[in-house]
Design a protein around this ligand. Structure first.
Ligand SMILES: [Zn+2]
Length: 414
């Protein structure tokens, strides 16, 4: 099912009669085994007397299917056939879904805004309709949505669709804002106590680095500076930082003198002076909190959530840039957002033959936790193993993520 074409959907029956699809959503069934199952992308078609299931759609959604002794069996790719459950049975020469739906759970009108709000790291709903002109890879999305987003309600402060207008510099790297945050006392993947952000004032492109000690900030600054100067062929002229970064010693002072970088240290409690870094760091924390809360995920994944917040915010419009995206200003091309996914979404991925042992299946399940900056690969967290895999060939189950956000009950794991 193509999301962009959903409003024009029609089905054609064997007698050539055409029937418009009145609604599209998720439907809960009770099967013969009495176990509930949630089916997604179910079309409501007036006049259709029988419930039908598309085998193609099941396979597309990461399910295996078999017909054995009059039963239609299905089970997730990556698990054993022993976990199969009956979806339907043979009746008068046809396989049919055996029970009636209990409840239609999701109405189709907000079919796009709910997932895209989450794929775009809880971007304000009012910003969604404007995005089609500003980025590649997004359909027409309306601002209309289903009440209050639970992630935003707990994680984000109320704010307009885009940040307010600010004065900014005339060239890339002319001014870099930086702010250090911590100590963070929650253990996370990689283990760190602090993080530091670097924001190019001209493009608002942001990068985030993690530190075990504050005195690593100088090394991170040098790494960041070498990277962005190499990418842009420009030189950093002013470095504006908060009172956490000044601990970086005489080496930092000498380095700036040698590279002719003007240092501007922010006086604590002067909100006007380093508003850009302070607001950015607050926004990263709030968005990360919203994403974790939305998918009921542990704070253990907060570092990954912050990385996703930065990655996505670089690809959505900023009012200081006349609604261009930081990525477009930085590299000169509108970003493609088609690969963005809901943080915490269940994902199935392929394991190459040489990377699995004899007992492992070729498909495995994990949780989507991030992007790779320089490739289209995804970071997948393997539950139970506390391990992160980098994969390109993945299938997302966004409907499970949407159901989780809205506390829609899901079928028990097979
Ligand atoms: Zn939200």
């Amino acid at each position: 099912m193509d999301e962009e074409r959903e409003s024009n959907l029609k089905i054609i029956l064997g007698d050539n009669s055409t029937h418009p699809v009145k609604g599209l959503g998720s439907v809960k069934f009770h099967l013969d085994s009495e176990e509930p199952i949630l089916l997604h992308d179910v079309m409501y078609v007036l006049g259709l007397k029988k419930n039908s299931v598309s085998i193609y759609a099941l396979e597309e959604k990461g399910m295996r299917v078999a017909f054995i002794k009059g039963k239609l069996l299905t089970w997730p790719i990556g698990s054993s056939m022993r976990n199969a459950f009956p979806l339907g049975s043979k009746f008068e020469g046809l396989y049919t879904v055996t029970r009636r739906p209990l409840l239609a759970l999701v109405h189709h009108t907000n079919h796009l805004s709910e997932p895209w709000h989450r794929r775009l790291a809880h971007l304000h709903y009012d910003a969604l309709p404007k995005l089609k002109k500003l980025v590649f890879g997004i359909p027409d999305v309306q601002a209309q949505h289903d009440g209050v987003c639970p992630g935003c309600a707990s994680g984000k402060k109320t704010r307009g669709p885009f940040p307010s207008r600010e004065n900014k510099t005339n060239d890339m790297l002319q001014l870099i804002h930086s702010g250090i945050c911590g100590p963070i006392l929650i253990h996370s993947i990689g283990g760190h106590l602090y993080y530091i952000t670097f924001i190019d004032d001209f493009s608002r492109k942001t990068r985030i680095y993690y530190l075990k000690h504050k005195d690593e900030a100088f090394e991170m600054f040098k790494e960041f500076k070498a990277l962005v100067e190499n990418l842009t062929r420009k030189k950093n002229k002013i470095f504006r930082y908060n009172n956490g970064v000044e601990n970086i010693s005489n080496d930092f002072i000498n380095f700036c003198k040698k590279k002719r970088i003007k240092k501007e240290m922010i006086v604590p409690y002067n909100p006007k002076q380093n508003g850009v870094a302070k607001r950015k760091n607050r926004s990263i924390v709030e968005v990360a909190r919203a994403m974790l809360h939305d998918q009921k995920l542990s704070k253990f994944l907060s570092r990954e959530a912050k990385n996703v917040a930065v990655y996505v915010q670089n690809r959505v419009p900023h009012q200081a840039l006349d609604n261009k995206t930081p990525e477009e200003v930085f590299i000169g091309v509108k970003p493609d957002v088609s690969h963005l996914c809901i943080f915490g979404c269940p994902v199935y991925f392929h394991v190459p033959k040489d990377k699995r042992n004899k007992l492992e299946t070729m498909g495995r399940k994990g949780t989507f936790i991030g992007y790779c900056e320089n490739s289209k690969a995804f970071r997948i967290y393997i539950l139970g193993q506390r391990k992160v895999e980098i994969c390109r060939d993945v299938t997302f189950d966004k409907y499970v993520a949407l159901g989780k956000a809205r506390d829609i009950p899901l079928p028990p794991p097979p």
